[in-house]
Ligand binder design. Structure first.
Ligand code: TGC
Ligand code: FAD
Length: 409
């Protein structure tokens, strides 16, 4: 059993599938020529890990709606936490394309596994790396980088999801500490977290970021049950009842919504890559099935309607691969805008969801079972379409960017 704060224990005796993961990468426009040796090595090693550690148990984990918490440490071992954060601060010291590729390989396994890693790297380590004092960084980052500590990110509230600026969670000055009250909803990893990066309003109404450690009096993280989506990822609330947060745990400089939104830009970028992984897995499975499944005396891949589906899938995947590669080069040069990231997150997640649905159809009745990955990816992608900014919120961000007119106000 793996033991976590708040008494959460999860079994590690997952049923291992007898089936071998046969996934093969698809690179129709030979984009690998644009990648470095380091990128290709990172991809190969994460792909091997997914085949050995994720694929054999993921159907059972999703089926039983249990987070495979033993993988937190393994994700640290393979360098999945903060790949583009400097090594001194617990990250991988690589570039943003390497970070994207790693998220792609993880989500090829399962969106919930990518969530475990992207919350820790982009929403917990990144804000600490970017906004905390040197002392705070050295206190938390190395242990987050190895997976010894697990973190979560609290922005969304029960009544403030798409509009986080309306948040009610607040801090009040009390000498050497702040008193934190309020609650956060839909928080990935919260029931197993050692610490939470929390966003709350100060007495001037300015949004501040802080680290709240599990075990602090008045702080609880109840699990949310009953999800049909992202079932291998654990989700919970954050509840704060007069929680004393030492002043040294509050990020000193950053004030306002741009603090959490800058972290979201980083995480949304990872999702834009990740979604391609889920799409590739569905396409790969559908392609193989279409070559093996015989109806009317020939493989179903020989029928024009199946070919239309597969041809459209690989076209959309290729377009998404080009989008993320270009976005990655802009990120590496510090030139990517948040609106460009929104476009890629929205496009790629929607593309992946459509492909999961088409791939499920190609598998016929077998497509609804856990013998094939399509239905699990499809259900996961319903969450991915909504979190980190919904499909429509990202459309409105693009609309605002191109018109200069703000539809939110
Ligand atoms: P607005 O007035 O537009 O902006 C406030 C300030 O923030 C700046 N800004 C950004 N900075 C960095 N990155 C971004 N993406 C930014 N977007 C805006 C902006 O320039 C401004 O700065 P300043 O200096 O002028 O103060 O804010 P608004 O209140 O009108 O809201 C705009 C809106 C709707 C786009 C925003 O609130 C939004 O993105 N809403 C969606 C909320 C969301 O994405 N929540 C995600 C929660 S975390 C999560 O889902 C994790 S899932 C994890 C997993 O399991 O993988
Ligand atoms: P709402 O904001 O209530 O939106 C409902 C609908 O209204 C959506 O279709 C939306 O597009 C639409 N809508 C809203 N405003 C407008 C508008 N102006 N114009 C047109 N349509 C609009 N949050 C965290 O802080 N940390 C996490 O770790 C985290 N993990 C999550 C894990 C899971 C499994 C899930 C499901 C969510 C997670 N979230 C997390 C929360 C997630 O970011 C929110 O669910 C998301 O931002 C949407 O908020 P909401 O669910 O309150 O929907």
């Amino acid at each position: 059993m793996g033991n976590f704060p708040n008494g959460v224990s999860t079994p590690v005796d997952f049923h291992r599938s007898a089936k071998t993961d046969q996934f093969q990468h698809h690179d129709y426009y030979v984009l690998d020529e644009l990648l470095s040796e380091e990128h290709l090595l990172a991809r190969a090693s994460v792909r091997d890990w997914v085949k050995q550690s994720v694929s054999p148990i993921i159907e059972d984990a999703a089926n039983r709606s249990l987070c495979p918490t033993h993988l937190f440490k393994e994700l640290g071992d393979i360098g999945a936490y903060g790949p583009s954060i400097p090594a001194k601060y617990g990250g991988g010291g690589m570039d943003d394309i390497a970070y994207g590729i790693i998220m792609q390989e993880l989500e090829r396994g399962d969106s919930g596994i990518r969530s475990m890693a992207s919350v820790q790297g982009s929403l917990v380590m990144y804000p600490i790396y970017r906004y905390a004092s040197e002392e705070q960084k050295m206190k938390w980052l190395p242990k987050l980088g190895t997976g010894e500590f697990i973190g979560c990110f609290g922005l969304t509230e029960p009544d403030h999801g798409s509009n986080p600026s309306g948040m009610l969670t607040n801090i009040k000055d009390d000498g050497d500490a702040y008193i934190l009250n309020g609650s956060k909803m839909w928080i990935t990893n919260s029931p197993v977290a050692d610490l939470a990066v929390v966003w709350a309003k100060d007495e001037e109404g300015k949004i501040r970021g802080m680290v709240v450690e599990t075990g602090t009096k008045g702080f609880s993280t109840p699990e949310i049950h009953g999800k049909w989506s992202l079932r291998a990822s654990i989700t919970g609330e954050l509840v704060f009842e007069d929680v004393r947060v030492p002043k040294e745990n509050v990020f000193p400089e950053i004030k306002g919504l741009k603090g959490p939104l800058s972290c979201l830009t980083k995480a949304r970028y990872g999702i834009a890559w990740g979604a391609i992984g889920a799409a590739l897995d569905c396409y790969d499975s559908a392609l193989r099935y279409s070559q093996e499944r015989i109806q009317f005396g020939k493989p179903i891949g020989g029928f024009q309607l199946t070919q239309k589906k597969l041809a459209e899938m690989i076209t959309e995947i290729t377009k998404a691969q080009l989008l993320t590669w270009r976005l990655g080069t802009l990120m590496n040069n510090g030139k990517a805008t948040p609106a460009q990231v929104s476009m890629a997150k929205r496009n790629n997640v929607h593309m992946a969801l459509e492909i999961a649905r088409e791939a499920r159809q190609i598998h016929g009745g077998m497509g609804i079972t856990n013998e094939y990955p399509c239905m699990r990816h499809m259900m996961n992608l319903e969450t991915v379409l909504t979190y980190e900014g919904t499909h429509d919120i990202h459309l409105l961000i693009t609309g605002m960017d191109v018109t200069g007119l703000n539809a939110f106000k």
